[in-house]
Design a protein around this ligand. Structure first.
Ligand SMILES: O=P(O)(O)O[C@H]1O[C@H](CO)[C@@H](O)[C@H]1O
Ligand SMILES: O=c1cc[nH]c(=O)[nH]1
Length: 250
């Protein structure tokens, strides 16, 4: 017997399963990887309400200066990030911002700096299921510009460039780093490719901004460095104020 459906599970199926209707999330979603960062964002929101829990992921909506925002720990790796991206797109959000962390691929980018992605070098294993190898994933120009302008207003300096997404944290080799740097990558994470590619395929505007946790060139490991935690807090504030800017059309 052949499968009854072309695709076993879709974003719409998942949305139905978690009992959320299209439109319930509002227009804007800020998606960090960790639950701790999600909770840090939630502290800025009024009237937070849980939308759903699925696997280990919990999404809320709340209001930031009157603007409805969905916030959830959206996955740390490509497979879980893809699931959350599918759910958000099926839920008809119009804008997704990844509030992430990343490793720097340039010795001048320090732990505690902030990287704003302009596009993605896809090194993940999920997006080849969606697009062919020459497909280009870019960040939305208007959302990225709002993040950049907000960072400037908040006196947060940023570095811009492509973000490389890998699936193999412990196989970031010199050869691979040299290759992706030649393609324009300035940072690495394990999320942006899946999240942004799926958003792009659904015509949902998306962008990615990250605090730098380590530097692959110098070997500095700043995962528990206070500079990194302070940068995370700056990223959170920039994302929230950028959403306000976008909502106000300013
Ligand atoms: O943005 P967060 O969730 O911190 O994720 C980043 O941190 C992890 C590895 O350092 C990867 O998951 C990467 O994408
Ligand atoms: O994916 C990642 C994220 C942070 N640091 C790394 O080395 N890799």
């Amino acid at each position: 017997m052949q499968m009854k459906k072309d695709i076993h599970l879709t974003g719409r199926d998942l949305l139905g399963m978690v009992q959320v209707k299209p439109g319930d999330f509002g227009k804007y979603a800020i998606i960090p990887g960790t639950a701790e960062r999600r909770d840090a964002i939630l502290e800025h929101l009024e009237k937070p309400v849980k939308s759903f829990s699925f696997f280990e992921y919990t999404m809320y909506t709340g209001f930031y200066e009157g603007i409805k925002i969905a916030v959830g720990n959206g996955g740390r790796f490509s497979p879980d990030s893809a699931i959350i991206a599918e759910i958000l797109c099926a839920g008809k959000v119009e804008c997704i911002i990844r509030a992430g962390s990343c490793g720097a691929l340039d010795e001048t980018i320090k732990v505690g700096d902030v990287v704003l992605a302009t596009g993605v070098v896809r090194g993940d294993g999920v997006t080849p299921y969606y697009v062919d190898k020459d497909y280009k994933t870019v960040t939305d120009v208007s959302v990225t510009a709002a993040l950049e302008a907000t960072a400037k207003e908040n006196e947060v300096s940023i570095r811009k460039g492509l973000i490389w997404t890998t699936d193999a944290l412990l196989r970031e080799t010199r050869e691979l780093i040299e290759k992706v740097k030649k393609e324009g990558a300035v940072a690495v994470d394990m999320v942006s490719s899946a999240l942004l590619t799926i958003a792009q395929l659904n015509n949902v505007k998306a962008a990615s901004i990250s605090a730098v946790s380590d530097n692959l060139i110098t070997g500095e490991l700043g995962f528990i460095n206070p500079d990194y935690y302070e940068a995370e807090a700056r990223v959170v504030k920039v994302c929230l104020d950028a959403v306000k800017k976008l909502a106000q059309g300013s």
